[in-house]
Ligand binder design. Structure first.
Ligand code: ADP
Ligand code: MG
Length: 330
């Protein structure tokens, strides 16, 4: 078993930076016991998900620590939302290199505190070890959904409409901006796209409201086409989406107007953290009402059909299908 962190004040680190994040959740016991407890909730299931971030892989040493924290938490909240669950608590496993300074940890914790307030979640435990490798932070988040109602990837049915929330492709374009590309775009558009990449907005208000309306759901982390492909594969169906219906932000539309070839990035780029879901046509009116209640775009982009894989109907009527590893042209 790898050694626990031996640095002086290890328990102080937890007490100073992490214990305040457990305030307000009785079962966390102030992070002073071996474990936390959760009351069993009648009529509800716990939904659990976990994501790890490794320095140098998922974030860079000079990324602001509070943003690293918020992104780490938000990607988990996005998974819970896509399953129809309302997030409640999370655990944090931290593998800290000896060289990590405490200021980094303090800023990391302040990012968590800020998002705990936004999303009404609490830290209830975790583990802290030292590592000879890169800083690694894993968050495990838990949320509640009515019993038996967790939204699954595998429940898409032939004839379902395919919807996506918000706008697609912003994060992929934002990553390009971060790399110094898209120089011909207005500064305001560049900043907005970069912001969508830096800090996702998990659709926590939407997810739980999709229970009872959606058949299948997934969050868009790998890319629109790839994630719809996951739904198709686990559901044993195919899907066709209309390129012209894929919802674009004004900034993304401006980028595409300048460089139409960026469209593939919009369709296949990751990190949007929108919710992609399928629903029977009978749910259309309820979904329209939900979109206006939440003031959030819900766009029908296509339909589930027999067959397999995702077919994209382009603007000019030509169709393409995404095969494993890339586009297949017809
Ligand atoms: P043990 O050695 O019994 O596993 P630890 O010393 O690892 O206990 O942890 C003591 C308490 O501090 C536990 O409640 C644990 O959940 C909490 N804890 C440890 N590390 C973290 C962390 N990174 N984030 C939140 N809670 C933590
Ligand atoms: Mg113990």
């Amino acid at each position: 078993m790898p050694p626990k962190t031996r640095r002086a004040g290890e328990f102080e680190l937890i007490a100073r930076h992490f214990a305040p994040l457990a305030d307000g959740f009785a079962g966390a016991l102030g992070l002073k016991d071996d474990a936390a407890w959760l009351g069993a909730e009648s009529g509800q299931d716990w939904v659990v998900t976990s994501d790890a971030l490794v320095e140098g892989v998922h974030f860079l040493p000079d990324d602001p620590p509070d943003l690293v924290a918020r992104k780490a938490l938000r990607v988990n909240l996005s998974d819970l939302a896509a399953k129809g669950a309302t997030a409640k608590v999370y655990l944090l496993d931290a593998a800290l290199p000896e060289s990590l300074d405490e200021i980094w940890l303090a800023q990391f914790a302040s990012g968590l505190a800020a998002d705990q307030a936004v999303f009404a979640v609490h830290l209830i435990g975790g583990d802290t070890t030292s590592t000879p490798g890169p800083l690694t932070l894993a968050i495990t988040a838990m949320g509640l959904v009515p019993t038996g109602k967790m939204l699954r990837r595998s429940q898409a049915r032939i004839g379902d409409d395919v919807y996506v929330s918000g706008t697609i492709g912003d994060a992929a374009l934002g990553l390009l901006v971060r790399r110094g590309e898209l120089g011909s775009l207005e500064v305001a558009d560049r900043d907005w796209l970069a912001g969508r990449y830096r800090l996702p907005a998990p659709r926590t208000a939407l997810g739980p409201r999709l229970v009872g309306l959606a058949n299948a759901a997934i969050d868009v982390s790998d890319g629109l086409v790839a994630d719809l492909g996951h739904v198709c594969e686990t559901s044993g169906v195919g899907a066709t989406i209309e390129e012209v219906h894929v919802p674009l932000s004004p900034a993304a539309a401006n980028a595409l107007a300048r460089e139409p070839a960026l469209l593939d990035r919009v369709l296949t780029g990751g990190d949007d953290y929108e919710i992609l879901f399928t629903a029977p046509p009978a749910a259309a009116d309820a979904l329209k009402a939900l979109a206006s209640a939440l003031d959030l775009r819900l766009t029908r982009i296509g339909a589930i059909c027999e067959g397999q894989g995702v077919t994209v109907r382009r603007r000019d009527g030509e169709t393409r299908q995404l095969a494993r590893g890339g586009w297949q042209h017809f």
